[in-house]
Design a protein around this ligand. Structure first.
Ligand SMILES: [Zn+2]
Length: 111
């Protein structure tokens, strides 16, 4: 699946394994590779230790990695402390659906 991030096309690769992308072993559930314009999401299989709604969790991981891509493509990289701050990136990924709902309810989204 491809997505436009501020004019740059990113490919989202789902169900990736650590044997295909060894970086997944250290980055857990996904990562954003700015050099290849790929967002790689780990294969998520339910087991006794996993979250019960893995589809919802996977969507959140994709949002998180997309936020990284948007920040990078807007010119914020290693020299920006806040844009590389995982807490901020995760906050946006978690709150954006709620903010989007409120904006749509208030009809203040851009046309
Ligand atoms: Zn992150």
């Amino acid at each position: 699946m491809k997505v436009n991030v501020l004019g740059t096309e990113y490919e989202i690769i789902s169900d990736a394994t650590a044997s295909e992308y060894p970086i997944l072993e250290s980055h857990a559930d996904g990562f954003c590779d700015f050099t290849t314009k790929k967002i790689v999401i780990a294969e998520m299989k339910p087991d006794d230790y996993s979250m019960k709604d893995l589809k919802s969790y996977e969507k959140k991981v994709v949002r998180h990695e997309l936020v990284h891509a948007f920040l990078y493509e807007s010119g914020l990289d290693v020299n920006s402390e806040w844009a590389r701050n995982e807490e901020i990136v995760d906050w946006i990924a978690l709150q954006f659906p709620k903010m989007n709902k409120a904006f749509e309810e208030m009809k203040v989204m851009c046309d």
